[in-house]
Structures are given as structure tokens and as C-alpha cells.
Design a protein around this ligand. Structure first.
Ligand SMILES: Nc1nc2c([nH]c(=O)n2[C@@H]2O[C@H](COP(=O)(O)OP(=O)(O)OP(=O)(O)O)[C@@H](O)[C@H]2O)c(=O)[nH]1
Length: 136
């Protein structure tokens, strides 16, 4: 569904022990070296939560549980319209192995604004901080 030119990307705000997982895109990816919430593109006819579970398993070797959908963000990325769909997620199992990212960090919420984010992630970050009452 949706606009034929839009790309749907799901991303995980993965919480564990009061920290949030942030990942850095590698040099060869689009938006090189920027930080993001890990995730990826929906496949045709795939449910959002299933896509997120699949992507996090593929990219990080982690099992997660999506728990709350936040507000999708539309962002013009080159000639494409990106629709970034965030979910707060909980850690279930596994140890991180970086398959395609350059780096990862478990960040305290109060430090999340310090990263050099993909621009589409900034409204996601602000909604998340507001929800968790650390926006000031
Ligand atoms: N996974 C993820 N992608 C994001 C975020 N923010 C954001 O702008 N994006 C963009 O959404 C698209 C998601 O693509 P992707 O992670 O599947 O990987 P990619 O573009 O490297 O894959 P491709 O080579 O198959 O096109 C990328 O253009 C990426 O830059 C985010 O928080 N998480």
C-alpha cells in the first residue's frame, strides 16, 4: 500500500537494562557512518513486526520483541520517499555480531542526542525521548 515511490523501512529502538542500541552505518552503505536505529526495508506483503524481527536477526544476530509502534516519519532521500517506521523493542536473546554495521553502542537515553544521526531518525528520537520523559 501507500505511494508507489515510497520505501518502507522499519527500525528498532531496542531497549535493554535502561539503555538503547544504536548502530553506525558502514562506509559502503547509503548515509555512510551516520548512526541509526537498526532495521531495514519491508519485503513485499511482509508485516512490519516480522520484517523487524527478520532484519535484526540478519544484521545483528539478536532475537527481539517489538512492543510499541511510534509515529512513522516521511523523509525525502534522493529521489525516493523514505517512510521510517519505528518500534520500541525488547531484547529477547542472542549476542551481537555485526554483520554489516561498522559499530554499535548501548547508549544511555540522556546521551542519545550526541550521535550523528541519519536525519530521518531525529523526529523518531525526539518522540522516544518525550515518551520516556527525558526530553529536557
Ligand atoms: N535501517 C535503518 N535505515 C534507515 C534509518 N534511517 C534512515 O534514513 N534509513 C535509511 O533507510 C534505508 C534502509 O535501507 P537498509 O537499511 O535496508 O539498507 P541499505 O539502504 O543499505 O540497503 P540496500 O543496499 O539494499 O539499498 C537506507 O537508505 C537508510 O539510509 C534507520 O534508523 N534505520
Amino acid at each position: 500500500m501507500g505511494d508507489v515511490h515510497s520505501i518502507k523501512v522499519v527500525c528498532a529502538i531496542l531497549e535493554q537494562h535502561n539503555r538503547v542500541l544504536v548502530t553506525q552505518r558502514n562506509q559502503n552503505m547509503a548515509q555512510p557512518l551516520l548512526w541509526e536505529f537498526p532495521g531495514g526495508k519491508l519485503e513485499p506483503d511482509e508485516e512490519e513486526e516480522q520484517a523487524l524481527i527478520r532484519e535484526i536477526k540478519e544484521e545483528l544476530q539478536l532475537d527481539i520483541l517489538p512492543v510499541k509502534r511510534l509515529t512513522p516519519v516521511s523523509y525525502a532521500l534522493g529521489d525516493k520517499l523514505l517512510e521510517l517506521i519505528p518500534y520500541i523493542c525488547h531484547y529477547k536473546a542472542g549476542a551481537i555480531q555485526l554483520v554489516e554495521h561498522k559499530a554499535y553502542q548501548w547508549a544511555e537515553r540522556s546521551r542519545l542526542r550526541n550521535y550523528n544521526w541519519c536525519p530521518a531518525d531525529l523526529p523518531v528520537l525526539e518522540e522516544y525521548l518525550q515518551l520516556t520523559q527525558l526530553s529536557l
